[in-house]
Design a protein around this ligand. Structure first.
Ligand SMILES: [Zn+2]
Length: 140
């Protein structure tokens, strides 16, 4: 799954707005930093405020990171299982690549690799469901 979201956003009609907003944010951040380094009153203000809000800020950032990672992982796993379900109707081009073999031999309920019990028959190690092999029988 290729992620071409950022260039797509930049190419859309919101692209110029996004660039201008990013530039404005960067400019304001630089200005804030310069003000902080040169203004002793702002330094005391920032240290006072930071001492009061740092636990909430740390927790908030941690929660955001965990949520983002969980979402990204779930999305990837969901997309893979969707591909596996779509790939259960075997196409010739799907069967040719050796990397696709593992994807077809996965229990659609548990997402665990199936155990071959006889020719053309597979069993899930976890839920014990039986499956017909979607692969063609080997001539050799
Ligand atoms: Zn299973």
């Amino acid at each position: 799954m290729r992620s071409t979201r950022l260039p797509a956003v930049l190419g859309s009609r919101y692209g110029p707005l996004l660039v201008v907003q990013s530039a404005a944010n960067l400019l304001l951040a630089v200005w804030l930093y310069l003000e902080y380094t040169h203004n002793p009153f702002m330094q005391t203000y920032v240290s006072t405020v930071w001492a009061a809000i740092w636990p909430e800020t740390t927790i908030g950032i941690s929660v955001a990171i965990v949520a983002f990672v969980t979402f990204a992982y779930y999305r990837r796993k969901h997309a893979e299982s969707l591909i596996a379900r779509l790939g259960s109707k075997p196409k010739l081009e799907d069967l040719e690549g050796p990397s696709n073999l593992a994807r077809l031999d996965v229990c659609p309920f548990c997402e665990i690799t199936l155990r071959p019990i006889s020719e053309g028959r597979l069993q899930c190690r976890k839920c014990r469901r039986y499956f017909k092999s979607s692969l063609p029988k080997m001539a050799a």
